[in-house]
Design a protein around this ligand. Structure first.
Ligand code: ADP
Ligand code: GLC
Length: 480
């Protein structure tokens, strides 16, 4: 079966968050299930610098306001299509923003164009790769499902919700430039509160919908988690399922990780100790045996990072240390710089995006803190499990689905892998940190917790099988 993943970021070529990790890990994971997944993404300059240009397989003289080419190539095990449209993608900054972090004003056009190209491939744009399924991710490519629908193409489509908070809502005035039929501007199509909703359209028109964890698939049907789309998603409950993310087990393997000063397996305490010392040196923390909590995160409201800022003094008061790597809201960046100044040797902050340093934190810290207000899946807790950095997480979304809380029963049964807390507020977070520190000082228990975590199956094995089964089911349905 042939599946085209249409996506705005893909590790290792371009990444701003977990979406890229998933888009990069899914194709190789599906190979063993007889799925030929290729990925279509924009030819951002940073991508081309790494992959090269490849061969031109289609040329559009005028595509959404400029000349464009579809290119095909293989790079680092990925079979890629790149949409080479310089007027849309050849500019400085990240995939969505300019160098100052401001959204490109024409993002609607940039991602409508990408989505249209995905639907064109489904329509048979090139003779030797016509996908049976178009798999779109988040608002950036959800419109591909709408194009497939209105084209009347026989392919099935699936939209995966990685984060419902970003919906791609634009003014109605852009509608004529999208290239959809006039009747698409209706409540049954792309129209959303008087404007155009990219994600809304995809969720309405895709053959199937997935969310990146079973709990998130439920949360997004509630008024609180649905962010305006709960009604639509509830109507489509039979077409919606949650499939939890896995990790790229090659990129995140403590036994072979090139970013770690010392590589290790579950029983190798001394090697982990080496990483710990390196982490302390890098974050300016005292070299002692106090537990080290880490954060690797976008610093945003979603991630509950403000709650942690309020809890930082308490954490230090418990004798623990904190190492923070992240970037995002200037106010939160400031709060953690301040905290580090207030507690020299006890709190260390690195503001920025640093992939190797993220690995060192997982391989050297004792615990990773994830106090998210909502978390569709979350990957850092999965990396924490694999690296023996015990996850301390809010009981929401994918965090609830992937960490087994060290409650009495789980400890007695020896199956606990971390700590969960609820509700997501400062008192509960404090209490969770207190529990973690207490367990840390009960060495037998902590060692067990860490070992169980390292044994947990966080691979793509199960989830890739679920996606493969879903694709087959969708294809059957679309043929009927
Ligand atoms: P989200 O996609 O919502 O940001 P995830 O937990 O799914 O959350 O994925 C985050 C990904 O980004 C992980 O691979 C994590 O290691 C990485 N990451 C987040 N912040 C940083 C940072 N400051 N430096 C390096 N990697 C980061
Ligand atoms: C989003 C979510 C995160 C999820 C990632 C990959 O960025 O915020 O929870 O892990 O997508 O699915």
């Amino acid at each position: 079966m042939r599946v085209l993943s249409v996506v705005s970021e893909l590790y290792p070529f371009v990444k701003t968050g977990g979406l890229a990790d998933v888009a990069g890990a899914l194709p190789p994971a599906l190979r063993g299930h007889g799925i030929d997944m290729r990925s279509l993404l924009p030819a951002y300059p940073s991508v081309v610098a790494r992959t090269g240009w490849g061969e031109v397989v289609h040329h559009w003289p005028d595509y959404y306001g400029g000349e464009a080419r579809l290119r095909r190539l293989e790079a680092e095990g990925h079979r890629l299509f790149l949409l080479d449209a310089p007027h849309l993608y050849d500019r400085p900054g990240g995939p969505y923003t300019d160098p100052a972090g401001v959204d490109h004003p024409d993002n609607w056009r940039r991602f409508a164009a990408l989505s249209r190209a995905g639907a064109d491939l489904a329509r048979g744009l090139i003779f030797d790769f016509r996908p049976d399924i178009v798999h779109a991710h988040d608002w950036q490519t959800a419109l591909a499902a709408a194009f497939v629908h209105y084209d009347g193409t026989p392919s099935a489509s699936v939209v995966t919700v990685h984060n419902l908070a970003f919906q791609g809502q634009f003014d109605a005035g852009i509608f004529p430039a999208l290239g959809l039929p006039p009747d698409a501007f209706s409540i049954h199509g792309v129209e959303y509160y008087g404007g155009v909703g990219f994600l809304k359209a995809g969720l309405k028109l895709a053959t199937g919908i997935t969310a990146v964890s079973p709990t998130y698939a439920e949360e997004i049907r509630t008024p609180e988690g649905g962010m305006g789309l709960a009604g639509l998603l509830s109507d489509r409950v039979d077409d919606l399922c949650g499939i939890v993310n896995g990790i790229d087990a090659a990129a995140w393997d403590p036994a072979s990780d090139p970013h770690l000063p010392a590589r290790f397996t579950a029983d190798d305490r001394p090697a982990r100790q080496v990483n710990r010392r390196a982490l302390e040196a890098r974050f300016g923390l005292d070299a002692d045996d106090a537990p080290i909590f880490s954060v690797v995160s976008r610093l945003t409201w979603q991630k509950g990072i403000d709650l942690l800022a309020e809890t930082a003094d308490h954490l230090v008061g418990l004798g623990a240390k904190l190492a923070v790597l992240g970037s995002g809201d200037p106010g939160l960046e400031h709060a953690f710089r301040e905290a580090a100044t207030r507690h020299p040797g006890r709190i260390g902050t690195v503001i920025g995006y640093d992939e190797p340093l993220a690995h060192l934190l997982q391989g050297g810290a004792d615990a990773i803190l994830i106090p998210s207000r909502f978390e569709p899946c979350g990957l850092t807790q999965l990396y924490g499990l694999r690296y023996g950095s015990v996850p301390v997480v809010a009981r929401v979304g994918g965090l609830a689905d992937t960490v087994i809380d060290a409650n009495h029963a789980a400890l007695v049964a020896g199956v606990a892998t971390g700590i969960q807390f609820s509700p997501v507020d400062v008192p509960a977070l404090r209490k969770a940190i207190r529990r973690a520190v207490h367990l840390y000082h009960s060495p037998g228990i902590w060692t067990r917790l860490r070992r169980e975590g390292m044994k947990a199956d966080v691979s793509w094995d199960h989830s890739a099988a679920d996606y493969a089964a879903l694709y087959r089911d969708l294809l059957d349905r679309s043929r009927r």
